[in-house]
Design a binder for this molecule. Sequence first.
Ligand SMILES: Cc1ncc(COP(=O)(O)O)c(C=O)c1O
Length: 468
Amino acid sequence: MRILEGLKKISDENLISFHMPGHKNGRLLSSYFYDYFKYDITEIPGADNLHNPMDMIKETQDAIAKYYDCNKSYIVVNGSTAGIYSAVMAVARPKDKLVISRECHRSVYSALILGGIEAEYIYPDIDEKTGAVNAIDIESVKESFEKFPEAKGLVLTSPTYFGVISPIKKISDYLHSIGKVLIVDEAHGAHLKASELLPDDSISQGADIAIQSFHKTLPALTQSSVLHLNSKRINREKLESLLRMHQTSSPSYLIMASIDAAMNLMADKGEILSENLLNIINEFNENLENHKFVKRMAMKNSVLDPMRIVLVDKENKRVDYHQLEMILRNEYHIQVEYSYEKGIVLIPSIANTREDFLMLSKALDSISFDNLIIASRCDTIEYVKPVKRMSIRDAFYSESEDINIRNSSKRIASEFIIPYPPGVPLLIPGEEIDSSMIHLVLQLNEEGVNILGLLGEIKENIAVIEED
Ligand SMILES: Cc1ncc(COP(=O)(O)O)c(C=O)c1O
């Protein structure tokens, strides 16, 4: 089957979307954004230029900056990935050091390799019960910068894929007091500005740069992202030059137009639609309270995004969430974002209706969970914290060989191992592989998780640095 045929087949299923992108098959935007082919133009006179905006693109960027209350906002058409590359390389030069939260998305690690930047890691706690990564606490930030005072700044993710929000104000105040910079990967947080009832966005809490994927939580086309700059600590010209470097020279006007449309919608009705969604989610939560098997994830001492729905085991009975995802898709035409060993992630947006949630509640009420209980899970997935042996860039560019992962104990990885989604690397170049990592990767592989970096026909090989 080819792409068009495949897409038609999926589209004919008329799925209820609890996954990205946030426009949910174009709902809400039809009066803001139409005439797709006519709008797919290039930099002809009157169309401005993303790489040197002076006219309509500049005006749109100014409107975005106004909405997000920051100095400058840049449209990024190559996803938050390109924004993250640019931000990281604008803050640190080759051989400089950054402190990175180890649960960062792979784009942060790619930026380290591309920019020849060294990194030290903060390892946030993992909640054993739900498998979710906790917020970054101020104590570990202080500890890191006391140990590595030469580091230029910190990169962290907030909200995470699971909706966990870090204490950005405390962290940015501390970093600024010692002359350092905070970059927040806010790919999952473009919607936070819409209502006072939502947790604070990171720019309002002092982040120097925040990068947001509009397409994840707002109604915008995939790859629509925005980088916000709210700091005099960053060299603006360097940042702009890096944004030009990391983006296509043929930026899609459709993507840019969808960002403009999303912005118009948010300015017109974002608050009311968001509060309406929060009410619908509250009704959904109330209904879920009586569920015997699943509940919404809670996390001690952490702020959670109320719009990110993670369902986890209610009691000690363990639900097979991969099965649950299949049943929701095949029997109820509901597509969730992600299922994993300990839960299921749903990404609603203001484009979801009460009807969508009623269908979801009904499905959860009528599915026979008794058949989904895993009687005895012999092995639960353990979080593994690999030891760093080499710099990420040196490891990536070293001579490497592919070997079966079963034989890779004590070897150093020269490639990433990344389960997708959410795209957080288990192993990065330069880290030593040990038996628990081997066990974990094989376990995930057996569960059918899509793992980037596994090689060979049966996807059991891994690239390691050649031994002398
Ligand atoms: C936390 C996080 N950061 C960055 C990205 C990259 O965003 P994009 O897909 O817009 O390039 C993702 C994508 O999944 C993500 O989850």
